[in-house]
Design a protein around this ligand. Structure first.
Ligand code: 26M
Length: 825
């Protein structure tokens, strides 16, 4: 479509409109003029789906024909975002569709509003999984993403009276046109019951009896890649009861019981757990994990046998790789063991060897409260066969540890898979995988030196540092078309295939005309966001103010509170000297808090009250604005990130494993204001210290302060007057005069240790001065627009290293060893 002449273009557009019209007739029995926006969206999407389907079929056939090894990417979460426009961009047909539709008065971007967004994830981990799928499709690597078809995704967040209120996300309500159920691949999942060890044939046969069955029905959603000949599948398993409620039961009076059982079975895929970086050992959650991992393993083995009837099952690792996205799918390891032992009859050692060749694992967090463990009691009742397998693996493993660490009981207990009544999923994943990955250089170093240090000493070759990346086409071409066109105009379209070509923009940082165009695009994006905010919140923004954005899950370690306290500090400066010069600033927050995370919700309220305070004070004269944007999701990120000038990446050093929004902001020309944490460190390397603003404690300093218990919060309060004034505002009734104690919990948590926990464990107070000084630099720099714009362009130019294409190539070279699907055309 790139090189199409005018005549062909006209024909192509006419054909698109004809196809849309046909879909309206055939699928909805309606004409163009009578169609609702939803019907119109669906009709357009169906025509696009036809094309994606062709690539889907083609990819399947070629993969089978070429007998290629396939990756199963298991993740309890995916956050793919809206699909229609993304497919069109990947098919390189967006402009054509947009023009065709506009000729009949339809705005494609307005149609997109009708598309539901699948919110099947909490945050970074789920979005990363979707970025990886897009890159796998682009590189034509055979892969399938596997997860759960949650009927309700992550809750919709409303802010009512300055507080988070959760509403259900019924995303399937109006139907989801991109999914296709595959009834041939329905699997049976067995829960509960007991196992019988049968030695009657002279060898051990294990039978599982009296179990409850739940059916897993897969729904496949196509994933396209940029200018790719194939589409991959995201396979989402949905739970169904095997019980068909029949009239006989009805008349016998068993109807109620049968329908209860049905509800119970189908509850498994009902709702996504809204906890990010936090574990609650709930039975239903364990059921979810087993449900989708068992279904996937059974399918993977079935598919292997169907495609390679000539190969023995011991060759499995030649034809499949399984990647587990954090430990949540680690039950897949035990499930494959079960299948290899009980169904394929492999001897124990052979099964272990096959398994460890198949599996690889990525760790995404070192936050202690997120490390997954399950109580043995719960585990053995729900998954009796997997329990006996994990016991045996643990025994073997601990015996082998004894050889490395003889007599070191404490160390072995720490590394054990089963200990003190708990099953430690991270230890299982490390012990049974051939590759263990961190998500940034710093994070991997922490894994090696800290969390998995005892493992690293025994298996140094197993550990890899493969830094996260982003689907940079979605975050530029789709989210920021203005900038994408400017880049293509300057350096040609090659960067869309090879992000390293963004480096070619470097000289443009010296080109005044280019800088002005880039600045104009930023301004347009700021105006676009201002419209959105006015329409949805009724708040008027000043597009000439600095747009400073912190958008991510609400977590104490991410330190939204530091940002909010600094805003109070700025406010006090205005109050002290209302007539002094003050660079107008807009602070934007977007963050969902886990519904059960009381303190995170209190921080949201706090931010909302700070917003109220500054908006209602006439002395501020609109120079300071604070906006909390509700319901942060992929779609909101696509409006918010391109408008940002300052990217807040201010987590306590050592806590944010990588971060990925930091990369998206950088790609969109924001200047990062960040700590030496996660991938920020690599952003600093890529862009150079004069083009990023780094502040605060180093990860080593944080470590030291914990180790030597040397943090003196109280002294900071005593000695730092400015800080003390800000903190006192938390409790002196300035924010909520009717209820001055509203935020005293937050205040207390910063200053006083409570039952064993240290005060301010995330060093908000300690980093306050450094943060304020860094914000001062931001302001000074913004006062020199040319310098600012230059730095902005240098950030875009350096952001290519964070393409997930690069990340996937590295995973493939070091871990998966897949060959691309070759197209013969
Ligand atoms: C697991 C079991 C039970 C309850 C909750 C969970 C759980 C769910 C999501 C735990 C962690 C979850 O997400 C963690 C996460 O998103 N981590 C982020 O991963 C990104 C991608 O690697 C990194 O960039 C972020 O730094 C990291 O916080």
């Amino acid at each position: 479509y790139f090189y199409m002449n005018e005549l062909n273009r006209a024909e192509a557009k006419a054909r698109i409109l004809k196809e849309v019209e046909e879909k309206l007739h055939r699928s909805f029995g309606i004409t163009f003029d009578d169609a609702t926006p939803m019907q119109l969206y669906k009709a357009v999407a169906l025509t696009v789906r036809d094309e994606v389907m062709e690539r889907w079929t083609h990819g399947r056939e070629e993969r089978a024909e070429q007998k290629l090894k396939r990756l199963y990417y298991l993740s309890v979460e995916f956050l793919p975002g809206k699909m229609l426009v993304n497919h069109l961009l990947n098919l390189v047909e967006f402009d054509l569709y947009q023009e065709a539709l506009s000729e009949v008065g339809v705005n494609l971007m307005e149609l997109e509003a009708e598309e539901p967004e699948p919110g099947l994830g909490n945050g970074g981990l789920g979005r990363l999984a979707s970025c990886f799928m897009e890159s796998l499709a682009t590189l034509q690597l055979p892969a399938m993403g596997c997860s759960i078809r949650y009927e309700y995704g992550l809750f919709r967040q409303q802010i009512v009276d300055g507080q988070q209120v959760e509403a259900p996300d019924n995303w399937l309500e109006d139907g989801f046109i991109w999914e296709v159920p595959d009834y041939d691949d329905e699997m049976e999942i067995h829960f509960g019951g007991h196992i019988i060890e049968d030695w009657s044939e002279g060898y051990l046969k294990v039978r599982h009896e009296d179990y409850n069955t739940v059916l897993a029905l897969p729904y496949d959603v196509p994933v396209s890649g940029y200018d790719s000949d194939i589409a991959l599948s995201m396979r989402l398993w949905s739970a169904r009861s095997p019980r068909r409620i029949n009239m006989e039961q009805f008349s016998r009076g068993d109807y109620i019981k049968a329908s209860e059982e049905k509800e119970l079975a189908e509850a498994i895929s009902k709702v996504l757990y809204p906890d990010d970086n936090h574990l609650e050992g709930k039975e239903l959650r364990l059921k979810q994990h087993y449900f989708f991992t068992s279904a996937t393993i059974q399918y993977a083995v079935k598919d292997f046998k169907r495609r390679f009837p000539e190969l023995p099952i011991t060759r499995l690792a030649d034809k499949i790789a399984i990647h587990i996205n954090d430990t949540h799918p680690a039950l897949a390891i035990l499930e494959l063991m079960r299948v290899l032992l009980d169904q394929e009859g492999l001897p124990w050692e052979t099964a272990i060897a096959v398994c460890s060749k198949v599996f690889a694992y990525t760790n995404h967090t070192i936050m202690n409260e997120a490390l997954e463990t399950w109580s043995e009691d719960l585990f053995k009742v729900l998954l009796p066969r997997l329990y006996s397998i994990v016991q045996a693996i643990n025994q073997d493993f601990c015996e082998s540890l004894w050889k490395h660490y003889p007599g070191q009981f404490d160390r072995i207990a720490k590394m054990a898979i089963v200990s003190y009544g708990q099953i430690h999923m991270a230890n299982l994943a490390v012990a049974m995988s051939h590759a263990v990955n961190g998500v940034s250089k710093l994070h991997t170093r922490i894994l090696k030196q800290d969390l998995f240090a005892d493992f690293y000493r025994i298996y140094p070759g197993r550990f890899h540092a493969i830094t996260n990346g982003i689907s940079y086409r979605r975050w530029s071409l789709k989210a920021n078309p203005g900038l994408a066109h400017l880049i293509t105009e300057a350096i040609g379209p090659g960067w869309l295939r090879d992000a390293a070509e963004l480096e070619k923009l470097r000289p443009m940082a010296e080109d005044g005309a280019f800088l002005e165009k880039a600045a104009a695009i930023k301004k347009e994006n700021k105006v676009r966001l201002a419209h959105y905010v006015e329409k949805t919140q009724g708040i008027v923004l000043n597009p000439d103010s600095i747009y400073d954005v912190q958008a991510k899950r609400l977590h104490e370690y991410k330190r939204q509170l530091l940002n909010a306290l600094h805003i109070l500090y700025l406010y006090q400066q205005i109050k002290a000297n209302p007539e002094a010069d003050f660079t107008p600033r807009t602070f934007l927050f977007a963050a969902k808090a886990a519904p059960g995370y009381y303190r995170a919700k209190l921080i949201i309220s706090f931010i909302c009250q700070v917003a109220e305070l500054v908006h209602n004070d006439p002395d501020v004269k609109g120079r300071l604005k604070v906006v909390f944007l509700p319901n942060y999701n992929v779609s909101l990120a696509e409006v918010l990130i391109p408008a940002a000038e300052v990217s807040e990446q201010i987590s306590t050093a050592g806590k944010e494993a990588s971060g990925t929004s930091n990369m998206k902001f950088m790609l969109n020309g924001a200047i990062t204001l960040g700590t030496l944490d996660g991938a920020n460190v690599e952003m600093l390397d890529a862009v150079g210290e004069e083009n990023i603003i780094i502040f605060g404690m180093t990860p080593e300093e944080v470590q030291q302060a914990y180790r030597f218990n040397s943090y003196r919060q109280g002294e900071l309060y005593e000695e730092n007057l400015a800080l003390r004034r800000v903190l006192d505002m938390m409790v002196d009734g300035s924010l909520t005069p009717a209820n001055p104690h509203r935020f005293s919990e937050l205040y207390q948590a910063l200053l006083f240790s409570d039952n064993g926990g240290m005060a301010d464990p995330y060093f908000v107070l300690k980093d306050f001065d450094a943060y304020a000084a860094a914000q001062k630099k931001v302001e000074a720099l913004y006062g020199r627009p040319k310098v600012w714009q230059k730095k902005s362009v240098l950030n875009i130019a350096a952001s290519g290293v964070f393409s997930s294409d690069k990340t996937i190539r590295e995973y493939n070279r070091k871990v998966w060893h897949l060959s691309p699907v070759e197209s013969e055309e």
